[in-house]
Design a protein around this ligand. Structure first.
Ligand code: GH3
Ligand code: MG
Ligand code: MG
Ligand code: MG
Ligand code: MG
Length: 302
């Protein structure tokens, strides 16, 4: 979990006047990496690619004006973490309120004053870094760095609805470490934690297709969401995931299964129909996991 610090921050300047861009760039260059665009559409494209922490946005621009650009950016979930500061010569209270109401975090008046620009930028970069840290805490598991249960549950709901809309099969793999209580008994809780980190790493690095999402489901259980994945594709996936963990070669001499740390995987794929719920998908995977345990562990069951 790495917090965004000021030095690795990016600022995007969107302004239709090259002189203003030059001036603003010179003022904030010492505080962050600076990108620029000379019109709204190009600015939005760059924002989507680069995810800047801050966008300094001109209000009066030919074509798309600053308010229109702000509206597009604020409605794009991928740009949730880019804060917008309007830069404008219109300094009436009404203009300032309009900027904040549009979803900007602040307002920098023209003519530009270097000290004011730098102070505002510094403040907002600091706030952005704090928000990024909180965002990490809210969505990531502290031990393994995988996504946490909260994030997984919300992604599952979103993906379930999307797969239903598009008539696509949604795959899910529930992973449980085998005989992990015995591992803790043998090596202690701390080494148990290290083992969970290693297993999480193998699962994370095994998530290779776009949209695949690995999370810690709780305790020694993990879950992988597999977008647009049919049942047939899962038949080999579970065993493949098991072999990734076996290859870590973590000794577990007291395990009745094998003298190494292994996992069991319950898998299922579902074409969500009207009335189906994400819980049904999880329940099916859980049943399959139970079967994998009963059949001797260290295997995937679909
Ligand atoms: P099975 O093969 O049937 O899954 O057996 P198991 O021993 O893995 O299952 P059980 O549910 O009995 O035990 C799970 C153990 O996982 C018990 C619990 O102490 C341990 N555990 C859960 N979370 C953590 C954790 O964050 N760190 C460590 N070290 N251990 C944990
Ligand atoms: Mg302008
Ligand atoms: Mg368990
Ligand atoms: Mg259990
Ligand atoms: Mg277990």
């Amino acid at each position: 979990m790495t917090a965004v610090t000021q030095s690795d921050s990016t600022i995007l300047i969107i302004d239709d006047n090259a002189d203003t861009i030059r001036l603003l760039s010179a003022m904030v260059r010492g505080q962050a990496r600076v990108l620029f665009a000379t019109n709204g559409a190009a600015g939005i494209d760059i924002a989507r690619l680069q995810r800047p922490q801050l966008i300094l946005l001109d209000v009066e621009m030919a074509g798309m004006d600053g308010f229109a650009v702000c509206d597009v950016i604020r409605r794009d979930p991928a740009l949730r973490s880019s804060a917008i500061i309007f830069v404008t010569a219109q300094s009436s209270p009404e203009a300032e309120i309009a900027c904040l109401d549009a979803g900007a975090v602040d307002f920098i008046p023209k003519p530009l004053n270097a000290a004011v620009v730098q102070a505002r930028v510094r403040t907002h970069l600091r706030l952005q870094a704090a928000l990024a840290t909180l965002d990490g805490l809210a969505h990531q598991d502290g031990l393994t760095g995988l996504f946490n249960r909260r994030h997984f549950d919300s992604q599952l709901a979103t993906e379930f609805a999307r797969h239903r809309r598009h008539g696509m099969p949604l795959g899910l793999a529930l992973v449980d470490v085998d005989h992990f209580k015995l591992y803790n008994d043998q090596y202690g809780h701390q080494q148990g934690d290290a083992c969970l980190k290693a297993v999480a790493g193998a699962i994370r690095e095994g998530a290779r297709r776009p949209g695949e999402l690995a999370a810690r489901y709780g305790g020694e259980e993990f879950v992988v969401l597999l977008p647009n994945t049919r049942r047939e594709e899962l038949l080999t996936y579970g065993d493949w995931l098991c072999s990734r963990v076996t290859m870590l070669d973590l000794p577990h001499p007291t395990a009745p299964t094998a003298p190494a740390v292994t996992i069991s995987v319950g898998l299922c794929s579902m074409l969500p129909a009207e009335g189906d719920t994400p819980e049904a998908l999880l329940h099916k995977a859980d049943m399959a996991l139970y079967e994998a345990k009963a059949a001797g562990r260290n295997r995937g069951v679909v």
